[in-house]
Design a binder for this molecule. Sequence first.
Ligand code: ZN
Length: 425
Amino acid sequence: MARKSLPTTATAAGMAEFIDASPSPFHVCATVADVLLGAGYAELRETDAWTGDAGRYFVRRGGSIIAWRTAGEGRPAFRIVGGHTDSPNLRVKQQFDRTAAGVATVALEPYGGAWLNSWLDRDLGLSGRVSILGAGGPTERLVKFDEPLLRVSQLAIHLSEDRKGVTPDPQRHLDAIWSTDPAGPGLRDFLAKHLGVGTDDLLGWELMVHDVEPSRIVGARQDLLSAPRLDNQGTCYAGLRALLDAAESPTIGLLALFDHEEVGSASQRGAASDFLVSVCERIVLAGGGDREDFLRAMAGSICVSGDMAHATHPGHADRHEPGHLIALGGGPVLKVNQNLRYASDAEGAAVFELACRRAGVPMQRYVHRADLPCGSTIGPITATRTGLVTVDVGAPQLAMHSARELMAVADVPMYSAALQAFFAG
Ligand code: ZN
């Protein structure tokens, strides 16, 4: 049967632009919010009263964001696409301006399962959020420096004991060089000057480094996307375009993007928080429903947990389950794990397989090698928190958790089209 692909506005170039604008979870939320505002969505605040007007809305909680479009008349049910805004990286400590061997450094430590070797010898920018003392108390400012401010240097091969290199020690080997002049202004001075405040007015920060090399379409046939943070901004972008492109449907389409997945999701704004269930309940209540209506709506809802998937590595094919090889450019991936590192079950698998068929894209089925520990996603946590049937899916990529990852250009529109078909289903 010839497949007819669903039209989608998701492209690899669009994803590259999204990722380059979004070096931190807070910037992912800002980028998503900008796109939503441009598409006619209105921002709500959790502290405000929500009216029952039908429409398109979003709400932010730190580095997490939830957007939805209400449906027409009838009993509400949600079609939820979830993902995460954070990616493993190196983050700035609290006492960060240091001197080592006569060089000014900035103290960094890993966030999540960063593949540490990949952060060495790269030109690093800095981004995140800073709480500063304003006239009326603390205020928050986002910062984003795409200039190469920092560098974590590798040890020369001649200085390693066996010439095989050194696996970086997270405590001793990750501080970045700031300047050759330890007597000059440090990062604290630099930040205060940029923000127009005194150094004592910097009250709190969540700052992280990023590779300043822009994302690029690469390969002899221009069929690959080389970019940082594909895990999981690949889903943030594909899910956002899907929400905007999806046809009207009788269900409430909702995109939930959470911070802190890479460190377990247990936080005020992570997938284990009350953020999603609280927003869903308030949508039903604002629409005139009661708690019974909310619980009935949840019982009829379903969640697709989107996170990137492992394509089969050409140099390490033996690391993959031989019956479940995943092709770059082969289409969206259903992820199943018997130990529930992924939430997918038969019911959820059926929903996603049918969404892929409606979208006209092939679907691949992933199972991790039984003798290797499998990674996880927000899927099992969201399922536990909400009681929703949840299916874990993704798009194939290589080098997950590296500072620089790789996926196929063709998978971007196919992934988004599948999510779009799910929203419309
Ligand atoms: Zn992920």
